[in-house]
Design a protein around this ligand. Structure first.
Ligand SMILES: C[S@@+](CC[C@H](N)C(=O)[O-])C[C@H]1O[C@@H](n2cnc3c(N)ncnc32)[C@H](O)[C@@H]1O
Length: 280
């Protein structure tokens, strides 16, 4: 952690992706406005609860693969979200010696809670940077301190692609960091997709109407965004099908208010968190 850390302001008058997502995972760091947003829109898109939780289970399997099988020792986690159980550094530490992790998030609440979690951790840091500014991530002193760009690394964009508008040039955002990485490096990407234009438009309207940047994409659009590096087996998929493991550690229980939405994704297959792990 860097030593000069100014106090941060947490906006509580608009819902925030980090806090809503954290609530779906059983987290406590959220506000009435976040819970109301979820309860207002989940009846129309109930499968998003399962999708969010499945994404977090995928994170565990992907980081385990990277640390245990692919030999990755350094990670940049873009849009890392609020700390919960089995954060990237904890999964990596379980399966590899001395991993180094830079967490990146635009939301100041993530910085506050990340600092608390990582106060005594010299090999993991959290920085408050917009991932749409890759140079700011790459040149941040904590990135320079922890990441050796002459060694393979993994860059993670988990459940964050839908926060990038087309005008943000998501392909450039993602690849401008990954292009700096040496062969043997991995890119992990997931985002919410639907191949139904009306559903995409409805989800985008709900999120953008509340002030949360959102662009649901089709599977083909995500494929085009990621073109270049080679997807590892089983490729780009609904992440429930990415090396499923019924024995992986479970998530915290769903909050009681959200229990009514559990299981909706089994009835609606189109909307899902889509992506995978790619290697250069
Ligand atoms: C749904 S959460 C995903 C958390 C985590 N990656 C995971 O998969 O468990 C999305 C996160 O992306 C962050 N985010 C959104 N836009 C961002 C941006 N432009 N730069 C950095 N972080 C961003 C949000 O603040 C939020 O914490």
């Amino acid at each position: 952690m860097t030593e000069q850390q100014p106090p941060v302001q947490i906006p509580t008058d608009v819902p925030a992706s980090a806090r809503i997502y954290g609530w779906t995972l059983g987290g406590k760091d959220n506000y009435e406005i976040d819970r109301q947003f979820a309860l207002q829109h989940l009846p129309a898109f109930p499968e998003i609860l399962d999708i969010a939780r499945e994404n977090r289970l995928f994170l565990y399997r992907a980081v385990r693969y990277l640390a245990e099988e692919a030999g990755v020792r350094q990670f940049i986690d873009m849009g890392c979200g609020l700390p919960t159980e089995n954060n990237v550094h904890q999964v990596a530490q379980r399966f590899a010696d001395d991993p180094r992790v830079v967490y990146v998030d635009i939301d100041p609440i993530v910085l506050v809670h990340g600092r608390a979690l990582l106060a005594d951790n010299g090999t993991t840091t959290v920085i408050n940077v917009d991932m749409c500014d890759p140079e700011a991530v790459l040149t941040h002193p904590d990135t320079r301190r922890l990441i050796d760009f002459s060694e393979p690394l993994a860059v993670l964009y988990l459940s964050v692609g839908h926060h990038l508008f087309d005008q943000d040039d998501p392909r450039k955002v993602v690849h401008s960091v990954f292009d700096r990485a040496v062969p043997g490096s991995h890119l992990v990407f997931t985002q919410i997709v639907s191949d139904d234009p009306e559903r995409r438009a409805a989800i985008d309207a709900a999120a953008n109407g509340a002030g949360m940047p959102w662009r649901t994409r089709s599977r083909a659009e995500v494929g085009a965004l990621l073109a270049g590096p080679t997807p590892v087996e089983p490729g780009l998929v609904d992440i429930r099908r990415w090396r499923p493991d019924p024995d992986q550690p479970p998530l915290a229980p769903v909050p009681a208010e959200l229990a009514q939405f559990v299981g909706a994704s089994e009835k609606h297959g189109d909307l899902c968190e889509y992506g995978g792990v790619l290697v250069k």
